[in-house]
Structures are given as C-alpha cells and as structure tokens.
Ligand binder design. Structure first.
Ligand code: 9MR
Length: 756
C-alpha cells in the first residue's frame, strides 16, 4: 500500500486523532463579513447579524466595543451573533461600533469591522440605503427514516424583488443543496444509519450586495432508525444498533457543562461477543484528553474556555477488537453555557515559544505573545533577560526580546517572562526559554551546497519558506541557510487566498512581496502556490454563491499573476482538485463551473503571464492509483483542448515506510510522455519509526534518483527545510534538525546531486 499523506492542515487524521497532538500549523486570523452602515429613526430597531469566518473553520469568538446602552449582542448558537438596538431620542447622532472576531486558538489573531450607526429624529426606520433583508419562505420540520430520501425546495424572497442568494449552514454529510436555476434551491438528503438523530439546518437568504442583510429559516429534521433494525440492549444509543455485531456504546449521550467546570465523561463500550472494543475520539477538542482507565473504558475530560460557549460536537468510535473495520461512531453534542451569576476568570498563558538557537553575531528577535482565554490583554513583563538584550513593547499586547549577540555570549542563556491577568493580578503565568548562542561554524556543512550542485545540472532544488520568515526569532540563520542551499523557493502560506485576499478586492501583499524580494536578492526562482484551491479560503468565498465563483476565481488569478508577472517562474495554478477515488472534489470552484474550472484557471493565468510555467499540483498522485489515473485523464483532455498547461506538481508528503518507487517511476514516465514537466513540489518524509533518520534518508535518496533519471523532472522541492518549521514537525520530516544541523537526508541529496 502506498503511503497516504495527512489531510492538509488537519494532521490529526494521521493517527485517527487519538494519540498525537496536532502539528504546528500557521494559523490564519478570522475575518468578519462586511456590514453596511446603519441608519435608524429613534424608536426603530437596528439589527445586524455579525458573521465571523475563520480560514481554519474553527468558530471565532466575537466581541463588540462601544455598545450603546440597552443594546444586546446575543449568541445565535451557530457561530454568529446578532447586534440589536432600539435607540431612543436621546441617542440621536452617529456612533461607531466595532465588532471584533478573535481566533479560537490564538486570541491575538483578530480582525474587526466598524459600522456607523446613525440615529435620526424623524422618518421611518430603515437600513442605510433603504434596502431590507431578504427572508426564506417558512419551512416545516420533518422526519425521515434511514434509507429514505427527503427533498424540498427552499425559496428566498426579497422585499425589493431582487433574487437573494441562499446558503445553508450545517449541511449534513451526504446532503446536497442544488440551484434550481429559478432563484430557489433544492435540499436533498438520504440519511444513512450512522445519522440517526435530530439535525437542525439553517437556510439563510442574503443580499449579495450587502451580505449583512440576511435572515434565516431553521428546519428540524429527525432521522429515525428503520423499523427493520432491532434495537438492542442499549436504548440510549440508537446508532449502536446500526451494524450488526458491531460494538456499541453504553449510555453515551449529549452533555451539558457550565463554563468554569470540567466535564469528565467515562466512555463505555461493549461487544456482544464479550471482547473488549477499542475506543477513539475525533476530533479531540483543544485541551481535552481521552485517558485510558485500564479497564476497557476511557475518560474524556475537557475544561471549556469562553470561546467554547455554545455547542461542540465530538465523535466517539468504538472499534471491534478483532476487526478494525467494524466500528460504531456516535457524535455527541457538548453544550457549554455561561452562568451569569458566576464569575469565571482563566489565567493567561504564554504560548508557542520554543528554545531558539542563533549564531553569535546574529540578532535574536523573539516575539512573546501572552494570551488570555477571557480575551483580556495580560500585562507582560520580563523576569530576567540576557545582558545586553531589550524587551520591546510592540504596542499590540506582545513584546519582543531583541538581542544582538556576539562571541562573548556563546552558550545557553535563559530568559523568563511573566504574564499577569488583566482583571485578577493573582493569576499569572511564567515561561522560560533557553537561548543557545552558537559558534557560527557549528552550522558549516561538509561538501558543496545543494544549489551549486543542482545549478551545474540545470536542476532546481527548493524549499517552502515559512510565513513571515523575516519575523521569526532566528530569521537571520533561517534565511541564510536557505539562501545557501536552494535555488527555488515556494511561499508556504503567503499566496493562499485566505491570507492574501481576506476581503473581496482587498489584497494583503506584504508577506508575498517579502518572499518575492528575498528570492530576487538571493538569485532564487520563485514558485507561486496556489492560485486555485479548495482550502484556506477566506470567509467571504466560503459564503459565495457558486454562480459567482468563476468571476471571483478569475479576479484572484489575475491579481496575483499580474502582480508577480516575470517574477514567479512556476505557478501552481490549480491545487488538489481530485478526491482519492478520482472524482472531482466538490469545491466552490467545482460547484460553480464543474470541472471546466481547471481549464478556465489555466487559460486565465496564462493570459496574465505567458512565460511562467503553469502546473497542476496534487497529493497522493506520485504513484499509480485511481487519483493519479484521473489526473492523467484530465491532463490528456486539457492537452487535446489546447489548454496552456505545462506540467504537474507531485507533492509527495511521505512516511518513512514508503516503498512504491517503481510505481512512481512509471507514473512520472507516463506524464513525461504527455509532454508534461514534472515538479516534486512538497517533498517531506515523516519519521514514524523512531529517531532513525537512515530510513528517511534512503527515501530522500531514492526519490532524488528517480527525479534525476527522468529528464522531464525539473525540480525537487521540500516542504520547508528545518524540522523547526514544518507542518509535521512532530515527525521531523525535513533534512535539517530543528537546531539547523544537517541530517543524513541532506548528505544523501548532496551525494546524489554530485555523483548520480
Ligand atoms: O504547510 C502548510 C501549513 O502551514 C498550512 O497551515 C496548511 C493549510 O494552509 O497548508 C500546508 O501546506 C499544504 C499545501 O499548501 C498544499 N498541500 C498540502 C500541504 C500540507 O497540508
């Protein structure tokens, strides 16, 4: 069996989400959908739904500042909140109200939207331009049996007579919501046996020009077990009965927890044949644990934070002891409520600082970021810092430990910081790091640099650059080694749509420009990544009506390709459009344009920069399987249609048990025979078998050899280069350690590039 990569950004799936914590991923800030300014008469009502979106799809927190007296900002229990206010004649005038979305895991990642609310003395209550929110025609609750289909039409109406856009919140797995092309949409679903239970589905109509003008209609759908299934010993858990002979949960049900308390839930499963079934949970909420009690049961413990107020769904699985494909899954709802009479205050923490290593002569730039689960800003101070360093206030609640070192500083020095709760100064958190200042010669590598060896063969050797490389603590060392070793660089995150176009038409170029300038200064090619992808989309694209997808896609491609025309050598035009079975992924782009979006994207990109190499990029396609077969057919079709596609990017996120080399070689060959250039775009090899980097190095070597044997293989690019900054850093997949020392893999590549 070939290796599978972990799904992007969700490394939990690597292990079934049980034993390992997620690897460090770049976390993107949430955004709030645009909100129009409001005009209201005294005595009228202002009502605005505030919709935050997070690129990682975790539900952000929401706050409001400058709340007028008597206004409310209530939780709609679906991730949004409604601001409501009935001003009186004392409120006449204008005021600015700011809504802020706060990232669920990193409260320092925020973004805000400000709205001017103007209260008039006369006239009718109205929205700023008289435009009123559309609504959805009433729908009734219904019930459906497993195996049966349910289908109904959802009709939005707009008081102004324009056709509103529609979307559905919380579409159950397997359901669809298709455009009837007459302004309505059809909800269709055939629930399966795992979906027994109640589903609340919210259909929302919104005004495309003013997305904050919206209103919803909620339908409760009850899915019942078919009569044919015998309900066994466990009446509380109807799901447990779905597969005969499967283990089942005993007494597992929805939970309720008050903020400030810790939920402790003993999870018990049985199997009628007497064996002890396995237990797993996915996703494990942040800070939750699922401990083995040593008696076949496990205890799920979780202390929710304010960000968790509302519902969290957790899926437990119980797995047959003898056959792991026989399992029962059951999702439970954990409802977190705040007790208004109880003051809950959590202590702050300082997250995410690791012991840095720098060269004597370099400047350490260590950002220290305290966070408070209550969203207050902690007071940060230094308890001890190295002599000659400074602890500078960044003005945003963070501070930087800046230290220009020299040879006198060689060795390990500690720095300690304290964050004190803004409300209760008895709550604090201390954190200490060890800064290692190392003789620069420590980082010398034997032999020649990879890029010099590659240059001699007309080959590209590359890496993906960590987001904001100029701001990481050890940026000088990080960027110097990269510049010495590589002749092509891919921005790991700064080209992604969620990062670069957080609002429609608003482009944040700074971080992408940084990489472009760095590449030029160091004589490296730049590899753009990616123009069209289903993931890391900004909130506004997630809300987009598919009929607008084409225009949005084209605007995005044109903006990026034209900005970097002549500077980006290779573009990943379309990324990851296939599912494992070779079908097209049902992305917003596919929904809007069908599979033609791929062609459209290549044509659009090529028009903006005919000289750049335009490639299609995907994972798990480096060897022969249904997915690479589908990609092969797609490339054949595009070539026949004259689409300007120049090559294929094979990501190759491998594990250290990989062995399918022959298949890779044959696969590359068939694409080469189509005239495609081959790029290995995101190479890394996760170490699952302990710390032996020999296995890893062997895979590095063999893949480099395959690439060099194939004349069409133009580049081998690893997804980062130091384990310190890797999306899978727990598995040390790269060729330098987290302290920047070359591993065996490095020397294998060096040797092959030199001798092969
Ligand atoms: O390494 C990237 C990580 O930092 C991001 O959080 C994640 C989501 O944007 O994407 C990772 O890179 C992915 C790449 O863009 C596309 N192929 C799979 C990579 C690993 O998930």
């Amino acid at each position: 069996m070939p290796n599978k990569i972990a799904r992007c950004g969700y490394a939990l799936s690597l292990t079934g989400g049980l034993l390992l914590s997620p690897v460090a991923l770049a976390n993107l800030p949430p955004v709030i959908d645009p909100i129009a300014d409001q005009v209201v008469s005294a005595g009228g009502t202002v009502e605005v739904v505030v919709v935050p979106r997070d690129p990682e799809r975790v539900v952000p927190g929401l706050t409001v500042s400058n709340m007028p007296d008597g206004a409310t900002f209530l939780d709609n229990r679906n991730g949004t909140r409604t601001f409501k206010w009935i001003p009186s004649s004392n409120d006449i005038g204008s005021r600015l109200i700011t809504f802020e979305a706060i990232d669920a895991s990193d409260p320092n990642l925020r973004s805000s939207v400000s709205v001017t609310v103007t209260v008039n003395s006369t006239g009718q209550a109205s929205q700023s331009n008289g435009n009123q929110a559309p609504r959805v025609e009433p729908l009734s609750d219904r019930s459906v049996q497993v195996g049966e289909a349910v289908s109904f039409r959802v009709t939005p109406v707009d008081p102004e007579g324009v056709v509103p856009a529609l979307f559905v919140d919380s579409l159950p797995a397997g359901a669809s919501f298709d455009d009837n092309r007459d302004g309505t949409r059809q909800f269709r679903w055939q629930p399966n046996a795992q979906q027994v239970g109640d589903f609340t589905i919210n259909f929302v109509a919104y005004d495309e020009n003013e997305p904050s003008l919206r209103s919803g209609e909620t339908v409760k759908l009850s899915v019942t077990s078919p009569n044919a299934v015998v309900i066994p010993s466990n009446p509380i858990n109807p799901v447990g009965s779905a597969v005969e002979g499967a283990p089942f949960f005993v007494g597992l049900q929805d939970q309720f927890v008050t903020l400030g308390d810790t939920l402790s839930l003993r999870v018990v499963a049985k199997d009628d044949d007497g064996s002890v079934p396995g237990l797993a949970v996915d996703p494990l909420p942040e800070r939750a644990s699922f401990k083995d009690n040593g008696d076949g049961t496990r205890t799920f413990s979780w202390q929710p934070y304010p960000i968790d107020v509302g519902d969290t769904y957790v899926q437990f699985s119980t797995i047959d002891a003898n056959n792991s494909s026989i399992r029962t899954n059951q999702s439970i709802r954990i409802n977190v409520v705040r007790d208004p009479n109880r003051v809950v205050n959590f202590p702050p923490v300082i997250n995410g600082i690791r012991n840095p290593t720098i060269r004597a002569g370099d400047t350490l730039t260590q950002r220290v970021q305290p966070v408070d689960p209550d969203f207050t800003v902690p007071n940060l101070s230094a308890l001890s810092i190295p002599q000659g360093s400074e602890f500078v206030d960044n003005g945003d609640g963070t501070r930087n430990l800046n230290w220009l070192t020299d040879f006198g500083d060689l060795g390990d020095t500690q720095a300690s910081f304290r964050a004190v709760d803004a409300v209760d100064s008895s709550l604090s958190f201390e954190s200490t790091i060890t800064v290692s200042v190392v003789d620069p010669s420590t980082f010398n590598r034997n032999g020649e640099r990879l890029r010099d060896l590659a240059d001699r063969r007309g080959f590209k050797i590359g890496y993906a650059a960590v987001l904001q490389a100029s701001k990481v603590a050890d940026s000088q060392l990080y960027r110097d080694i990269a510049a010495e070793e590589f002749n092509i660089v891919t921005p790991e995150n700064s080209h992604k749509m969620g990062w670069i176009q957080p609002q429609r038409g608003l482009f944040k170029w700074e971080d992408a420009d940084e990489v472009a300038n760095y590449a030029e200064q160091n004589g490296m090619d730049l590899h753009g990544h990616p123009l069209v992808w289903y993931a890391q989309l900004p909130g506004w694209v997630q809300l987009l009506d598919p009929s607008n997808a084409q225009q949005v896609m084209r605007e995005h491609i044109r903006a990026l390709v034209s900005r970097y025309r002549g500077r980006v050598a290779v573009w990943d035009v379309v990324n990851e459009s296939f599912e494992e079975d070779g079908s097209y992924r049902n992305s917003i782009w596919f929904k809007g344009m069908g599979k033609d979006y791929v062609r459209d994207a290549f044509i659009t990109a090529d028009q903006e920069d005919p000289n750049a190499v335009m490639i299609y990029n995907d994972y798990d396609v480096a060897w022969i399987n249904p997915k690479s077969d589908a990609m092969y057919r797609m490339v054949q079709e595009e070539i026949a249609a004259g689409t300007p596609i120049d090559g294929v990017g094979f990501q190759m996120h491998l594990r250290d048990d990989f062995s399918d080399y022959d298949s890779v070689e044959r696969n590359f060959e068939r694409f080469a025979n189509l005239g495609m250039d081959i790029y290995i775009t995101e190479f890394d090899v996760a170490m699952f078998n302990g710390q032996n980097d020999g296995l890893q190095a062997e895979i590095y070597r063999r893949v480099m050899e395959i690439c060099l044997r194939q004349p069409r293989c133009k580049a081998l690019q690893s997804w980062g280069y130091t384990d310190r900054y890797s999306w899978r850093s727990n598995f040390q997949p790269l060729m330098f350690t987290d302290k920047y020392l070359p591993k065996s893999a490095y020397y294998e590549w060096q040797r092959v590039l030199r001798d092969f």
